[in-house]
Design a protein around this ligand. Structure first.
Ligand SMILES: *[C@@H]1O[C@H](CO)[C@@H](O)[C@H](O)[C@H]1NC(C)=O
Ligand SMILES: *[C@@H]1O[C@H](CO)[C@@H](O)[C@H](O)[C@H]1NC(C)=O
Ligand SMILES: *[C@@H]1O[C@H](CO)[C@@H](O)[C@H](O)[C@H]1NC(C)=O
Ligand SMILES: *[C@@H]1O[C@H](CO)[C@@H](O)[C@H](O)[C@H]1NC(C)=O
Ligand SMILES: *[C@@H]1O[C@H](CO)[C@@H](O)[C@H](O)[C@H]1NC(C)=O
Ligand SMILES: *[C@@H]1O[C@H](CO)[C@@H](O)[C@H](O)[C@H]1NC(C)=O
Ligand SMILES: *[C@@H]1O[C@H](CO)[C@@H](O)[C@H](O)[C@H]1NC(C)=O
Ligand SMILES: *[C@@H]1O[C@H](CO)[C@@H](O)[C@H](O)[C@H]1NC(C)=O
Length: 455
């Protein structure tokens, strides 16, 4: 008998979280906070381990851990900066380098420091760096995988020899004002904090060594800091209704913007190919194909087939950006039926459980050497997969837009969904979902329907 109240509570909780998620996903532009409901503890931690004191400073191994479940850093890679507290200089480095040496004119003889700037910026070395300049986990060109996708490559490290610095844990001064670029903005780093010294196990596992001193810095991501406009949108269709619900117009910008006209490639124009090749060289800003939504990425969710016990969805990710190949891309999708996902075709899958008991969120990414590279806009600029779900009789429905995702992220960025009142609906269903009032009211009512549907 004790089973029933528990089960009821969990469906209530599920209804409530879906309600919240629905509400959030409908407030299209509310992605501004650093707190990510699907990865609330996601962060990048930078750990400094002092491995020896020298006559005028110390040698430290700096390790960067990407603890974010689904946000990675792709080429051209991360840049880590800080300000020295006093007159410290970097005498030498392994597995990384500063992008500028700065003014080392005070130093004489052969031992010119690697970097004399007060605020050095460090980047990773490239793959193929000579072995005598490497350390473990370095030299991947600044690429840092996400924790779920590839934990081995979610860690990177370099070693610094610091001079004109404190030579004991009483006199050393922690660096300040850490910055992490990926390579653009988005991360905010906290202050360095002294923590328990790290322990290291030797490769033969027979000895444990210990850092002389350790400090940590935590950096958090905010999409709001990274870019002002969304970068991704969702379109929907289904076998039971031939309406294709496109991405909301002007999601990522407006095509005929008076402020920045001609910032997209118009395939209807006879000169698009030459316009493209001449504009391709310039800058890192996205150059997208002209569409009504102007997003670099569109995720299409098609409800494809209905079997007796299963149903099938086709997901297509299209790249509209002529200036970007997305390596190691990933997609996060939230739908209540993910706890009964039976098969994914041609994508890797792992379930994420942001709320311990609710298994409704999936991370999907490409298969290595097959479709892990989402090519620049054009004939190869899309990847697709199909998902097979087993119907759960209590909740399954094609009604009320239930078959569509609640939330989608591409590479960790929120993808803007069409408004719920635009979803394709069953021809037979009474059009009680078509509410053309203010969008807030629509949202609340749609969410209430959902809530009721769960209870
Ligand atoms: C950073 O992530 C790690 C791993 O998930 C976690 O243990 C740690 O508490 C997080 N730090 C913060 C400040 O959230
Ligand atoms: C760190 O940044 C703050 C605010 O930007 C500034 O006031 C301070 O001088 C900086 N510290 C160092 C050591 O550069
Ligand atoms: C410091 O960072 C390391 C690596 O992420 C982690 O293992 C350790 O628990 C952190 N210490 C504290 C006190 O956050
Ligand atoms: C500093 O070093 C002393 C020994 O010299 C040691 O007892 C102490 O734990 C160290 N403190 C930190 C924060 O590493
Ligand atoms: C994307 O990759 C292809 C093949 O490696 C390359 O030819 C193309 O120049 C790349 N595009 C961009 C924008 O980097
Ligand atoms: C969530 O459900 C899927 C599909 O049944 C299953 O493969 C996965 O292991 C589940 N995850 C957890 C954490 O229960
Ligand atoms: C769906 O998943 C839930 C939770 O994992 C499980 O209790 C239920 O039996 C599954 N339903 C079917 C039809 O497989
Ligand atoms: C399909 O759904 C749309 C709403 O997106 C609705 O306007 C249309 O009438 C539906 N078509 C049919 C045949 O029911």
């Amino acid at each position: 008998m004790g089973f029933f109240p528990k089960a009821r509570a969990s469906t209530k909780l599920r209804g409530f979280t879906s309600f919240l998620v629905f509400l959030l996903s409908c407030l299209n532009f509310s992605f501004s906070d650093a707190y990510d409901v699907l990865d609330p503890r996601g962060n990048i931690t930078i750990k400094w381990d002092v491995i020896s004191w020298t006559s005028d400073g110390y040698i430290a191994v700096v390790t960067v851990f990407n603890f974010q479940k689904y946000r990675h850093i792709q080429a051209p890679g991360w840049k880590l900066g800080w300000s020295w507290a006093k007159k410290e200089v970097i005498l030498s480095m392994y597995g990384g380098q500063t992008i500028e040496q700065g003014d080392c004119s005070k130093f004489k003889g052969n031992n010119i420091p690697h970097c004399c700037k007060k605020d050095p910026t460090v980047v990773d070395l490239l793959p193929g760096t000579p072995y005598n300049q490497q350390i473990a986990n370095c030299c991947r060109g600044g690429v840092l995988s996400s924790w779920v996708q590839d934990p081995e490559n979610a860690v990177t490290a370099f070693q610094v020899t610091v001079g004109q610095a404190g030579t004991s844990n009483k006199t050393v001064r922690l660096p300040k004002n850490f910055t992490l670029k990926a390579p653009g903005p988005g991360y905010t780093c906290g202050p360095a904090e002294i923590v328990k010294q790290s322990k290291f196990i030797t490769p033969d596992k027979r000895r444990v060594t210990q850092a002389l001193m350790t400090w940590n810095v935590t950096c958090m991501y905010s999409q709001f800091l990274a870019q002002k406009a969304p970068t991704c949108c969702v379109s929907l269709s289904s076998f039971y209704n031939n309406t294709i619900v496109n991405c909301p117009a002007c999601t990522c910008g407006c095509r005929n913007s008076l402020i920045q006209p001609g910032t997209c490639v118009d395939l209807d124009s006879p000169h698009w190919a030459s316009a493209l090749s001449s504009s391709r060289k310039n800058s890192d800003t996205p150059l997208v194909r002209c569409t009504s939504h102007m997003c670099p990425i569109r995720v299409h969710w098609h409800v494809k087939l209905n079997y007796k016990e299963y149903w099938r969805v086709k997901i297509t990710i299209t790249n509209f950006n002529y200036r970007m190949n997305y390596t190691q891309w990933n997609l996060v999708a939230q739908h209540p039926n993910f706890d009964n996902l039976t098969q994914t075709f041609s994508f890797n899958y792992k379930s994420l459980t942001p709320y311990a008991s609710i298994n409704d969120t999936a991370m999907l990414w490409g298969i290595k050497f097959y479709n892990d590279l989402l090519m620049e806009a054009g004939p190869s600029g899309s990847v697709q997969s199909e998902l097979l779900f087993r119907k759960e009789k209590k909740t399954f429905s094609f009604d009320k837009g239930w078959a569509f995702p609640r939330r989608i992220y591409f590479n960790g960025d929120d993808c803007v969904m069409p408004p719920p009142d635009a979803y394709p609906y069953l021809p037979s269903a009474s059009p009680h979902m078509v509410i053309s009032m203010s969008s807030l009211l629509t949202t609340i009512l749609a969410s209430l329907f959902l809530l009721l549907a769960y209870n």
